[in-house]
Design a protein around this ligand. Structure first.
Ligand code: APR
Length: 409
């Protein structure tokens, strides 16, 4: 790599944006190209299912930075450009429009594609939610609807359900699993979320799926569920999960795994090729195994991490993954990864919707999930990073001083 290399970032989401800005912050002197398939500059995706959907903020407020800032920092923002192929032998990207773009260092931050139900008709009132474009279309549709249906009670479905309830809409949620939010939060929390949504008026049906779509005039008017019931609805949001976009990684022959691209501790997939965000199966130095996390905040933090590695020397990315979800007045914070645990410890009162759950393995905290209790998560970060073994009775006691404990660990 030359003294002033060209860094090309594919994907102008939170992750890609953080790479470009991080590089300039680190004093990087080379060229930076940030390529995005969408027509808008990077924006705050978490707003789409919440504040933007409820029309509490304007579209302008969703953007991460004023448009002219990119030019001012000499970051070339190429929007409306889709990269269709990556050529490893001559280090070039091919655009759908035909042009080619050479790189010295490549960062793939391509994110995920929402999954579509194979038998769902593509109709004007059937939506997925991923892009700002999707978000604005859904905003208009929900505003004009009486009864909203969400298919899939994961992050997207449940956040949209909550926002729609807050807007005074009737909401029907259909989830194939026995509980909502199960993929990310597990059985126990799934029960808690089921209660939470039902108590706020969501008609949540679990263990069922859509078996028939009843249409007229380019709209779905009703659905039939697998338990035989028929439901009239004004619009349908499909939120059944996402597929990471790994096609460019495949072009480059990068190693795939965990549903994404395998990257080392420094988020590197090959010499001068990095991956971040949804697509990165990151060999995490604290956990000692690959973690792939589909959350905005993780993509952004990893982007900053890669910028440090590219501007200097590749170094392990050590941050503990963190994400949140806001539904009604309930704030969820989740720190760490609990795929591997042998014990849970609850701190606080689950009935009162203010508590945290520690997930431990051999006494070491793997993750902390907090409901309306962000402090506990915040003070646990260092305990997780340093793999500190803490007496379970201390963790369980809501009055114990975790802050002091973390400071002295
Ligand atoms: N019918 C009903 N529900 C289904 C079906 C189906 N055919 N297929 C899957 N589901 C359910 C799953 O059981 C799961 O509960 O859809 C839910 C999908 O939830 P998530 O995996 O959380 O995905 P989603 O809500 O679409 O969120 C997409 O956005 O910010 C994020 O991190 C989040 O990566 C996630 C992404």
């Amino acid at each position: 790599v030359t003294a002033k290399p060209t860094v090309v970032v594919v994907g102008a989401g939170a992750g890609g944006d953080a790479v470009a800005w991080g590089l300039r912050k680190q004093g990087f002197q080379g060229s930076i190209l940030l390529i995005g398939a969408e027509s808008e500059r990077p924006y705050n995706r978490p707003y789409l299912s919440k504040q933007l959907l409820r029309q509490e903020i304007t579209t302008e407020k969703t953007f991460l930075r004023p448009a002219q800032e990119y030019e001012r920092r000499n970051i070339q923002l190429l929007l409306n450009r889709r990269v269709v192929r990556a050529h490893g032998s001559d280090r070039q990207l091919e655009l759908q429009s035909g042009g080619r773009i050479p790189w010295d260092v490549l960062v793939l931050a391509t994110g995920s594609e929402p999954r579509w139900l194979p038998d769902a008709p593509r109709r004007a009132n059937v939506f997925t939610l991923r892009s700002l474009h999707d978000g604005l279309a859904l905003q208009t549709a929900v505003a004009g609807a009486g009864r909203v249906m969400v298919v899939g009670a994961g992050f997207i479905g449940m956040e949209v359900a909550a926002s729609a309830r807050q807007l005074g809409k009737e909401v029907l949620a259909v989830e194939v699993a026995p509980i909502p939010m199960g993929r990310a939060l597990g059985e126990e929390m799934g029960q808690i979320y089921a209660r939470l949504h039902r108590s706020r008026g969501v008609d949540l049906r679990t263990g069922v799926s859509v078996s028939r779509w009843i249409e007229s005039d380019d709209r779905v008017r009703a659905v039939e569920l697998s338990d035989g019931t028929r439901e009239e609805v004004d619009l349908i949001l499909i939120g059944i999960g996402v597929s990471p976009r790994v096609a460019l990684a495949e072009d480059l022959g990068l190693s795939l795994g965990e549903g994404g691209v395998r990257v080392d501790e420094a988020l590197r997939a090959a010499p001068d090729v990095f991956c971040i965000g949804d697509i990165a199966a990151h060999q995490h130095p604290v956990y000692g195994r690959p973690l792939r996390v589909e959350h905005w905040q993780v993509a952004q933090r990893q982007g900053t991490g890669v910028a440090t590695s590219v501007a200097g020397q590749p170094e392990p990315y050590r941050e503990i993954p963190w994400f949140w979800s806001d539904q009604y007045d309930v704030n969820l914070q989740y720190l760490g990864n609990s795929r591997d645990f042998d014990e849970t410890i609850t701190r606080g009162n689950t009935e009162a919707e203010k508590f945290s759950i520690f997930y431990r393995k051999d006494g070491v905290i793997q993750a902390v999930l907090s409901i309306n209790d962000a402090r506990t998560g915040r003070f646990s970060r260092d305990l997780i990073s340093r793999r500190t073994v803490v007496d379970g009775r201390i963790l369980a006691d809501p009055d114990s001083d975790l802050k002091g404990l973390a400071a002295s660990a």
